[in-house]
Design a protein around this ligand. Structure first.
Ligand code: PLP
Length: 306
């Protein structure tokens, strides 16, 4: 795996990639009993910096709490682990993947005394959907798979097993030639992508949904609220209907991996003029500059490695 870095932080120590192994009978292998994060580190004029590191590690802890899992490392321990592994791997731009999971003890569904293990890896991961999608817009499809409701699973957590819902949706989308899926809720309102939140723009106003729509409360989504406020652009948080979607001037996906990805088609519906929208591209540029350390006023979001 050439895009993976040399070392991994594993249960508190930095060890070589090949030695970061677990037993096949680990609880998480059988039941998906883990929680994870997806974080980006960007090269900036002041060296590599991790974007919103603390918020991600806090969400990791919150996800674990929702499943009564106690991670034996504090948020500060995990932040330090991420910084150290980036340093050790001497990477400048990378994706950081923390995961905490139940290890081996019992095969019962109740994890009882299974140890909670954790690791933090870095990898070189370019555009999540594609470079072309970032520039020209992605082609997405409404998934036949519905988003699970928060009373079945806590949707606002990043829990491993829950991503089987996303896996089905994105597999179906790709098999039909699309870049990504869009999952609807049972009541036909819009939920989110397989790994992204959604925004629509109508008459210059940005709209997105919230936890009532069974979404992960994205950290990029939250960053965009602040950026829009600073740009004096209005945004509204409310349920999004299929009508709203088809009536939108611009649509985009956002996420730590997907950043700000314009959407140009939904099935056979062309969004706006069929190109990446102007406001979306303006926001994308601002976001790129912020994460790459070109806006001092957003330095509090960056954890500089040096
Ligand atoms: C299902 C889902 N929704 C939304 C997001 C966006 O979240 P964030 O901006 O915190 O990366 C992600 C990305 O991790 C995701 O997996």
């Amino acid at each position: 795996m050439s895009n993976y870095s040399k070392n991994i932080w594993f249960d508190g120590k930095i060890i070589p990639f090949d030695e970061a192994n677990i037993h096949v009978m680990s609880h998480c292998i059988h039941y998906g009993s883990g929680v994870f994060e997806g974080i980006k580190c960007y090269d900036t004029p002041n060296g590599p910096a991790i974007f919103r590191l603390k918020e991600h590690m806090e969400r990791l802890h919150n996800s674990a709490n929702a499943f009564n899992m106690t991670i034996p490392y504090t948020v500060e321990d995990l932040c330090r682990g991420a910084i150290n592994v980036v340093k050790e791997n001497q990477v400048k731009n990378c994706y950081i993947r923390p995961v905490a999971f139940y290890g081996f003890d019992t095969l019962g569904v109740h994890p009882k005394d299974c140890p909670v293990q954790a690791s933090i890896a870095t990898l070189d991961w370019g555009a999540y959907i594609s470079k072309e999608a970032l520039q020209k817009g992605a082609r997405i499809t409404i998934s036949p798979w519905r988003k699970f409701k928060s009373d079945s699973f806590p949707a606002s957590t990043k829990a491993c097993g829950q991503y089987l819902n996303s896996l089905l949706a994105v597999q179906d989308a790709k098999s039909r030639g699309f870049d990504e899926a869009l999952l609807l809720n049972i009541d036909d309102t819009i939920a989110e992508g397989s790994g992204q939140n959604i925004f629509i723009i109508k008459d210059g106003v940005f709209h997105t949904n919230d936890k009532n729509s069974n979404i992960l409360m994205g950290i990029t989504r939250d960053s965009i609220f602040k950026i829009l406020s600073d740009m004096n652009i209005e945004y509204k948080i409310e349920n999004i209907s299929l009508n709203d979607l088809y009536d939108a001037d611009e649509i985009f996906y956002c996420g730590s991996a997907s950043e700000v990805t314009p959407i140009r088609e939904i099935d056979d519906h062309v969004v706006g003029n069929g190109k990446a929208g102007d406001l979306t591209l303006k926001l994308q540029e601002k976001y790129y500059n912020i994460v790459r350390g070109n806006h001092e006023e957003y330095f509090s979001w960056l954890t500089f490695i040096k």
